[in-house]
Design a protein around this ligand. Structure first.
Ligand code: Z5A
Length: 222
């Protein structure tokens, strides 16, 4: 049986990594094989491109060129990590995916929607569409403060160093995406305490993807 594909989206410091990890742990505790991955990155080739993108050296090339780089990374990631895992029956949990490109490069970077969708068609197609996406929604100031406190004295990366106004626009763009695709994207209030957020996510996963039915006979056998 093919695995399920879940993505986490949201602004800086919204809790994506925290909750991707918590969900993976909970699924694994039930005996489900999980691959936790992230974008940009998630495969050896894509991790090299991640470094280029987050260092900011590609920023002067413009948002369109950055969109091509994110797409090149995604292509490698989908072919080498995501599809093989899904085909092997594993659940894939990915920290950021197509909606990040739609929002960061599309809505904020003004890259034409037609180009973004074209790149998406080539890299993701129908085979690697996420079935369920959690949008962790927090005000920009909350997310940035969390990210800053986690970072300590280290320098902000290419996107962390954008203004609060940029991050508020990002939040609005994410919410607009969720409103347009309510069947896939579930908005979760990321300001709530970690345990509350984790429980809400688990309830939705149980309702929509029925983890118990994914267990193989060997996995449930005493
Ligand atoms: N990008 C793009 O432009 N286009 C694309 O197509 C893709 C990406 C795929 C990747 O950055 C950057 O690439 C991203 C968009 C761009 N840039 N930004 N900004 P990244 O992978 O380095 O970072 P990130 O994706 O933004 O993640 P993050 O900063 O690590 O945030 P997070 O994963 O959402 O948060 P977290 O690490 O889970 O939590 C942050 C802190 O808050 C941490 O100390 C937690 O313990 C704490 N936390 C979490 N939840 C709570 C609650 N509920 N209460 C209190 N504290 C909490």
């Amino acid at each position: 049986m093919r695995g399920h594909f879940i993505t986490f989206e949201g602004g800086e410091g919204s809790g994506k990594s925290t909750h991707a990890a918590a969900l993976a742990e909970r699924l694994q505790a039930q005996g489900i094989a999980v691959v936790r991955t992230r974008e940009p990155g998630g495969s050896p080739g894509a991790e090299i491109i991640r470094h280029i993108l987050l260092s900011g050296i590609a920023k002067p090339l413009g948002a369109e060129a950055e969109a091509f780089l994110f797409a090149a990374a995604r292509d490698d990631h989908v072919r080498n990590t995501i599809l093989p895992a899904l085909e092997a029956g594993r659940w894939v949990i990915c920290d950021r995916f197509i909606d990040s490109t739609r929002v960061y490069q599309g809505a904020l970077g003004n890259v034409e929607a037609k180009l973004i969708r074209g790149l998406e068609r080539i890299t993701v197609g129908k085979a690697a569409q996420p079935e369920l996406t959690f949008l962790l929604d927090v005000p920009a100031t909350v997310g940035l403060a969390r990210a800053q406190s986690r970072r300590g004295g280290a320098a902000a990366d290419r996107f962390e160093s954008e203004s609060v106004e940029f991050h508020e626009k990002l939040r609005a763009a994410y919410r607009a995406l969720a409103a347009a695709e309510p069947a896939r994207i579930v908005v979760v209030d990321g300001r709530a305490p970690r345990e509350v957020v984790a429980e809400r996510i688990w309830t939705i996963v149980e309702e929509r993807l029925h983890p118990a039915s994914s267990l193989s006979i060997e996995a449930v056998a005493p």
